[in-house]
Design a protein around this ligand. Sequence first.
Ligand code: FES
Length: 349
Amino acid sequence: MTTLLRNCWYVALPGKDLKPGKMVHKKMLGEPVLVGRHEDGEVFAMRDICPHRGIPLQYGWIEGKDVCCCYHGWKFSSEDGRCREIPSLTEYDDLDISRIRVPTYPCREVQGNIWVYFAEDSKKELDPSTIPPVPTIPDFGKVSPGLSEIIHFACHIDHAIIGLMDPAHGPYVHSSWWWRSGPRKFRVKEKQYEPVPLGFRLVPYEMPVSARPYKILGNKVSIEIVFELPSVRTEILRGDRYSACLLTTITPIDETECIAFQSIYWTIPWMGLFKPLLSLLTRKFLAQDRDVVIQQQEGLVYDPPLMLIDDADTQAKWYFRLKQEYQKAQAENRPFKNPVEPRILRWRS
Ligand code: FES
């Protein structure tokens, strides 16, 4: 397992879980992060530690565009983190309070998720022109997901990601009475992949007519699956009537745990009626992935050598190569060069 990628956007939480005037503590990439929403709806993120005596700012409150510490009332701008008021100071003090600063993080709400950007060093002030755009799903505009689910994985983010893109675990981990029940029937799969700016994609193809559940999107339904660093997987189904998208992103809590955020978007007007059922099935599906990872940890504590085979594990190999190149390009201060080549992958599942 390799280190956590920086200079990237990660999801902190679904936007619906943060009401105006509220703040929430998150541990992301091992750092204490305070994510808040002003009364006007705008979101912000800053280090969740008061520079005075270290108490988390989450216990304070929001005042206008500032965050106030609960201990001695120091007030910090949520925009640049600078201290704006120390109530105990008198006119005889000459302390330049603007030199006291809480590090802030770029924070945006996009398509219903709140994203936080982690630069190489979170404590340094960032040049805004160096911040890349937030990952966005094409075709879905400014919509929010119809459904959001969150699940905790007790493992390094690399294990969660390669589990996410692993085409061979489905018949074993995701067998339920409502999904692939009965004896396992394997078929040879043959899929074309190609590079995209920060990852790779399954080249869109038309779903076979036998794939009945997809019929609700229309007669001709195509599927496209894209994975991009650091941990963004987008599965888009486009029909001649409707479209749907499953966005999965994984955020490291630290080197040993991570959180998967799953957002489902659709353009089907009546789909909301099936939300409780869809939510139940999505949670069940994610829980199956989580449970197998918990079992895997029992073996990983012995630090065994691990294997990645061709072709079923090729996407995992690509992930590690992409990650390595991303870190190398940044260390050498040069453009990222995608190491993935177009290729057909074949496996049985
Ligand atoms: S600890 Fe925050 S103001 Fe004193």
